[in-house]
Design a protein around this ligand. Sequence first.
Ligand code: CMC
Length: 428
Amino acid sequence: MSKKATLQYDGQSLELDTIVGTENETGIDITQLRAKTGMITLDPGYGNTGSCTSDITFINGEKGILRYRGYAIEELAEKSSFMETAFLVLYGHLPAKEELETFEAGIRDEAYLHYGMKSHFEGFPDNAPPMAVLSSMLNVLSCYNTELLTTATKGPAFELPASRIISKVRAIAAWAYRTSQGKPFMAPRTDLSYSGNFLHMMFSQQFNLYEPLPEVERALDLFLILHADHEQNCSTSTVRMVGSSHASLFSAVSAGVGALWGPLHGGANCEVIKMLERIHEEGISPRAFVEKAKDKNSPEKLMGFGHRVYKSFDPRAKILKGQVDNVLKALNISDPLLDIAYELEEMARSEDYFIERNLYPNVDFYSGILLRAIGIPVDMFTVLFAIGRMPGWIANWREMHVQSLRISRPRQIYTGEILRAYTPMDKR
Ligand code: CMC
């Protein structure tokens, strides 16, 4: 028998069911609340609101646990590839050899962009923000896939748009970068891995093909694995919200890119590097910066710290921190920003302000240093996050349609003027 919760209000009471997940998280089911009491709940920022049940990702923020489909992120980071993880996130099980081969072949076959899309890229100014270009071009993809604008959740009608988006998002990102550099597009190479092909499309020159070091290719693959899903965050909720109106997968992920762009969400990976660069270039001491971040009268925050869900170390940050050293060694570079990051982290982790508020480094704190070492320009960092997050967004969009959820439509408590008579302009 499930536990019950009782709501007392206005001298009356209402018994509410509870729902317990497989990891014993408990929610109070309020789906009948308004019908039975006329009241709604108020939870700005949704910190206490579950919008769905989901089988995809489990997070325990207090213990720093992240699992995709039951598999620990640490194990996936060590043993899996982005393609295998993408399949897992999308379909719920680790693929058999043939399943993975078919999935990878589907992604390989879709690596190119329709040549007609070239003219759209040419319409953007050179300094167009890559996240704006990415969001726009994902929607443009729907113009080239009008037969796939459905809510299908299985068979080719789902698999085709899913693999097209996961594959073509790389080419869109690389084309956007090259357009901004005034460089010609680079055709994809189907002999390369998912990550290798992306690096090739970004950095190869016509007579000088880019050959990434295995450590670099692996580090990028790992970065993508770590970003593949993160349950009902701002962008994933946006993808679900847009998809709930039965808008196509293309439009839903395009909206997800818009939500991810912000500095409080995926955009934080750029902001961390900008912050570290500023500290370095302006000779600000990490101590002075930490003091500013603590000061409520200063707009400064310690970017890459804090998380709505993690109240201990973000496990993705731990993994990335370990990788950064490997990549810097493989590339034989040392980055002064890494020393500043270590210093900031050490300081913040011993300060009452951060300890009391459970502010730990999040995934974005070290990811920028890794991407910078690989040669990814700062304004492309959040685009890389979006490439990694695609399987998660698509899996959530799919799950929502498999569960036949209603259109998402929160309510509000109106606090504006009550009814008043219209005053003609000459009497105002
Ligand atoms: N630096 C200084 N103070 C902070 C920080 C920070 N990075 N983050 C939170 N705080 C303080 C905040 O001012 C508040 O203090 P008080 O209780 O005195 O008012 C307290 O900690 C709680 O913070 P909050 O803003 O209520 O927390 P939230 O859950 O609404 O926001 C967050 C979470 C991630 C937006 C926020 O921690 C933040 O802005 N961090 C910096 C940006 C960042 O790194 N974002 C990436 C998140 S991880 C990638 C992703 O999945 O999006």
